[in-house]
Ligand binder design. Structure first.
Ligand code: SF4
Length: 308
C-alpha cells in the first residue's frame, strides 16, 4: 500500500558518489548529532572506501531501526545540520545513504547481526512493541536473555505502524526490520494486553525476572478550547491510528468531499493533511500560528503536502 509513493531511494552509484563527498571529519559532528547513536561518520567512511557490508553492519549494530530512521528521522535538523560539508556546498545526504545501505543489504541477503548462541540468562517481558520495546528486546536477546514482547494491538511496531502513514514509511520496510529482530529469537505476542497489577503479577508467576515498560504515548494532547470535543474534531493520534485499523472506512466517510482543517505545522500535521487529501478531502488547510518558514515540519514534507 502506497509503497510506490515513498520517495525514491538512491542507487549504488549515486550513493558511492555521495559518500565520496564526505570529508572524513576526525571529530564527526554528524555522529555527535545523532540521538540514536547510529554513527553516520563511521558508516559513511566505510561506504566511501567501498566497505559496503561493514557500513551496513555499523548501522544495524547501533540501530535495529536503521532503515526506518533513514527514512523518517528529521536528518535536516540533526546529523545533516551538523555536517561539516555544509561549509563548502551542501550537507551529505546522510538519511538517504542510511536508507540505501539498509535496502542494499536486503537485496544482497546480508544479515549483519547474528543470532546469539545461548539464551540462558532468564526470561524478560517487554510491554509494548514500539521502537523502544523492540530495541530493548533485541539488545537483551543479544545479551542472552529470553525475551517476550507483549503487544495489545494486532500488529507490532507501535507508533511506527499506527502513527506514521505508509506513504511516508512503507509497511514492507517496517515489517522487514521487525522480522529481523524476531529472527534473533525474540517472541512477539500481539493482541496480548498486560493490564494493571494483576497483569504484572501474572508475568511474575510465569517466571519473568524483569519487565520493561514501553507502552507508548497514545493519549492525544487536546487543544482545550471550546469546541475541541465536537464530533468531527479529531486528534492526529485518532486519525492516523484509525487509518491503520479497521476504522479506515469510517474516516473516509467522514472526510470524503469535505473541507479539512489541520491545526499545527509539524511533521505529524503534514502526514494528517496529506492523508486526508489522499482519501478524498475536497480541500485541506493547514493552520499554523507562525509563518510558513517557521513551521517545524521538514521542507520536503511541506512540499509533498503542497503537491498533494
Ligand atoms: S560531518 Fe559530514 S563530512 Fe564530516 S564525517 Fe560526517 S557526513 Fe562526513
Amino acid at each position: 500500500m502506497f509503497k510506490e509513493e515513498m520517495e525514491e531511494g538512491l542507487t549504488l552509484s549515486v550513493a558511492t558518489e555521495e559518500a565520496a563527498r564526505c570529508l572524513l571529519c576526525f571529530d564527526a559532528p554528524c555522529s555527535q548529532a545523532c540521538p540514536a547513536g547510529t554513527d553516520p561518520g563511521r558508516f559513511i567512511r566505510k561506504l566511501r572506501f567501498r566497505n559496503v557490508t561493514g557500513a551496513i553492519r555499523t548501522i544495524k549494530e547501533n540501530n535495529p531501526f536503521g532503515w526506518t530512521c533513514g527514512v523518517v528521522c528529521p536528518t535536516a535538523k540533526l546529523c545533516e545540520l551538523a555536517c561539516s560539508r555544509t561549509a563548502i556546498d551542501r550537507p551529505i545526504q546522510i538519511g538517504k545513504l542510511q536508507r540505501f545501505l539498509m535496502e542494499h543489504g536486503w537485496v544482497m541477503g546480508f544479515s549483519p547481526v547474528r543470532k546469539p548462541e545461548s539464551s540462558g540468562k532468564g526470561k524478560v517481558a517487554i510491554i509494548g512493541s514500539g521502537p523502544a520495546g523492540l530495541t530493548c528486546a533485541r539488545e537483551l536477546t543479544l545479551q542472552g536473555y529470553e525475551v517476550t514482547v507483549f503487544e495489545k494491538k494486532e500488529k507490532a511496531g507501535g507508533n511506527l505502524r499506527y502513527g506514521i502513514p505508509p506513504f511516508r514509511l512503507s509497511e514492507e520496510g517496517l515489517n522487514r526490520e521487525i522480522d529481523e529482530i524476531i529472527s534473533l529469537g525474540v517472541t512477539v505476542k500481539t493482541n496480548s494486553p498486560i493490564e494493571g497489577k494483576e497483569g504484572l503479577q501474572k508475568l511474575k508467576d510465569e517466571g519473568f525476572k524483569a519487565v520493561f515498560l514501553s507502552p507508548g504515548l497514545w493519549s492525544p494532547v487536546r487543544l482545550g478550547i471550546e469546541g475541541s470535543n465536537l464530533s468531527g474534531v479529531l486528534s492526529a493520534t485518532d486519525f492516523l491510528g484509525s487509518m491503520r485499523t479497521g476504522k479506515a472506512s469510517d474516516m473516509e466517510n467522514l472526510i470524503k468531499n469535505k473541507v479539512v482543517a489541520v491545526i499545527g505545522g509539524g511533521s505529524v500535521a503534514m502526514d494528517a493533511a496529506q492523508w486526508a487529501k489522499k482519501i478524498g478531502a475536497k480541500d485541506v488547510y493547514v493552520l499554523y500560528r507562525r509563518s510558513y518558514t517557521e513551521m517545524p515540519a521538514e521542507e520536503k514534507e511541506k512540499i509533498q503536502a503542497l503537491n498533494d
